[in-house]
Design a protein around this ligand. Structure first.
Ligand SMILES: Nc1ncnc2c1ncn2[C@@H]1O[C@H](COP(=O)(O)OP(=O)(O)O)[C@@H](O)[C@H]1O
Ligand SMILES: [Mg+2]
Length: 247
């Protein structure tokens, strides 16, 4: 599905990603963990096309997409959220998702008649709200949601793009600690229903260990440890890097 091959990213003279390689298979949910400043968001930007690597390659289903634009990558099936949510605060929850459904239909260049297309898009948006347990908020403006529900809505919007590969940059950041597991439960359930290959970025091992088949630990731009959550938790170098990391 996704292959990252020996990717290096330097900003001026500072090396932020220093030779990272990993791959993610279909149906796999993988966590990319690491302390603040490790290069996690940079890695997401490299995969989504918002940044170009200094060297190395990124492949999607065997196709080299290293030089593809973010827009081309969306068309090829890569969707992402941003670490800071960017909802349309004044639009209803339904409209937030419907906008993404409609934009996806246009991007794919499908022929659709505006009236029936709109009805279909509304049904699709309602179905997505159902998957993410947000139906009860359909008619409320985005601004009225709790931080946790805003993060869930943000993920629901990326889901509306029907990605083959989903990048979630800290989908629980800004959510109260007590609600983080609930938010992750909802997101992981929804991903599982579609079997979307996903890379979830986090800085907290506790949040991902229950949810991800594999973990990659990024520190100072290199992968320090990789394996199942248990293998990574037992790795002394990973423990040292991840222990006590907080924001
Ligand atoms: N556009 C940029 N220009 C220069 N330095 C950057 C840029 N983006 C990120 N960095 C630097 O790269 C490092 C990793 O940042 P980031 O990928 O945001 O880390 P993380 O998401 O793991 O907290 C930080 O030291 C940050 O200052
Ligand atoms: Mg980040």
């Amino acid at each position: 599905m996704l292959e990252v091959k020996d990717v290096v990213k330097a900003f001026d003279k500072s090396l932020v990603i220093n030779g990272v390689s990993f791959s993610i298979a279909e149906n796999e949910v993988v966590a990319l963990l690491g302390p603040n400043g490790a290069g996690k968001t940079t890695m997401v930007n490299l995969i989504s096309g918002h940044l170009q690597p200094t060297s190395g390659k990124i492949l999607l289903n065997g196709e080299d997409i290293t030089n593809a634009s973010p827009y081309q990558r969306i068309k090829k099936g890569i969707a992402r959220n941003f670490q800071i949510t960017h909802l349309f605060e004044d639009l209803s929850v339904l409209d937030n998702v419907r906008t993404c459904v409609l934009s996806n239909r246009n991007q794919l260049g499908r022929f659709f008649k505006p009236a029936s297309g709109y009805k279909e898009a509304t049904e699709e948006a309602r179905a997505i709200l159902g998957i993410f347990n947000l139906e009860q908020f359909s008619d409320q403006p985005g601004s009225e949601l709790s931080e946790g529900d805003k993060k869930v809505l943000d993920t629901a919007m990326t889901f509306a793009l029907k990605p083959d590969f989903l990048l979630l940059d800290e989908p629980t950041s800004g959510v109260a600690t007590a609600d983080k597991f609930k938010v992750m439960d909802t997101i992981i359930d929804a991903i599982g229903k579609r079997g979307t290959a996903t890379l979830i970025i986090e800085h907290d091992m506790d949040i991902v260990s229950d949810y991800c088949q594999r973990v990659l630990v990024l520190a100072e731009g290199t992968i320090l440890a990789r394996g199942t959550p248990q293998e990574v938790m037992d790795d002394p170098r990973a423990q040292e890097t991840l222990f006590g990391v907080s924001e």
